[in-house]
Write a protein that binds this ligand. Structure first.
Ligand code: IPE
Ligand code: IPE
Ligand code: MG
Length: 226
């Protein structure tokens, strides 16, 4: 059985779910937040140490302003209402991506990170305004600026995922098979699961099914495994 330390998720399909069920994409984002809560709970039960959630990509700025505002409003409300409880549950919140939002949201994010920084049970890495290409280019710029030798160890110390182990498994819901600029380097050896269900329909049972599949896989890392 493979040990499972880190699960990364591309939470896709909110918009389609909202249109289908409530005639509004934003209703899908709201419903998606309930799935986030369920998956956090289940990750704790499964003794997972890192849960990385792709919530907003550097490309998502191309969406209509109304949808972007709704998403960030939802996030603000989540932080205001839920951070104390997450903290009590010994959960650490870390943002990966550039904190380039309203002053209010930037501050809420910084406060949430600071408050939970010593927690140990589960680390949630929230990818927000995250793009892997930006992360890589930025890291190379820092390598050059500091005159560092180009090698793996030096490069990854400039990643936004510094100190976070690489994901063991990636799940993308929403019946789409692409990476959408997510953790391109870090997923080099992840086991990838594409799930047909839209994110708001994804539940604990689906999650555990995928985890059990992952645990039974042969992971070779280039070696042979007989
Ligand atoms: C993913 O769901 C959530 C975010 C990008 C914030 P989408 O909003 O991409 O949903 P679909 O893919 O349009 O259904
Ligand atoms: C990826 O989903 C980003 C997040 C889930 C936050 P998208 O729905 O934005 O991806 P594309 O644009 O369809 O590839
Ligand atoms: Mg999508």
């Amino acid at each position: 059985m493979n040990p499972l330390n880190h699960v990364a998720i591309i939470m896709d399909g909110n918009g389609r779910w909202g249109l289908k069920n409530k005639n509004s994409r934003n209703a899908g984002h709201k419903a998606g937040l309930l799935t986030v809560e369920k998956i956090i709970k289940s990750s704790i039960k499964q003794k997972i140490k890192h849960l990385t959630l792709y919530a907003f990509s550097t490309e998502n700025w191309r969406r209509p302003k109304k949808e972007i505002n709704f998403l960030f409003n939802l996030l603000e409300q989540f932080l205001i209402n839920r951070i104390d409880d997450l903290h009590k549950q010994n959960i650490k919140l870390k943002i990966i991506g550039v904190k380039d939002f309203s002053l209010k949201l930037n501050n809420l994010l910084k406060l949430a990170e600071k408050k939970t920084s010593k927690n140990k049970l589960l680390q949630i890495n929230l990818a927000l305004n995250y793009g892997s290409k930006f992360e890589l280019i930025n890291a190379f710029k820092l390598l050059r600026k500091n005159n560092d030798k180009i090698n793996e160890k030096n490069l990854i110390k400039y990643f936004q995922t510094k100190n976070i182990p690489d994901p063991d498994m990636l799940i993308r819901t929403g019946d789409t098979k692409r990476l959408s600029n997510f953790l391109l380097w870090q997923l080099a050896y992840a086991e990838i699961f594409f799930e047909k269900k839209l994110w708001p329909d994804f539940n604990e049972k689906d999650y555990i099914k995928l985890i059990n599949k992952f645990k039974k896989l042969k992971r070779n890392f280039g070696n042979i495994n007989e």
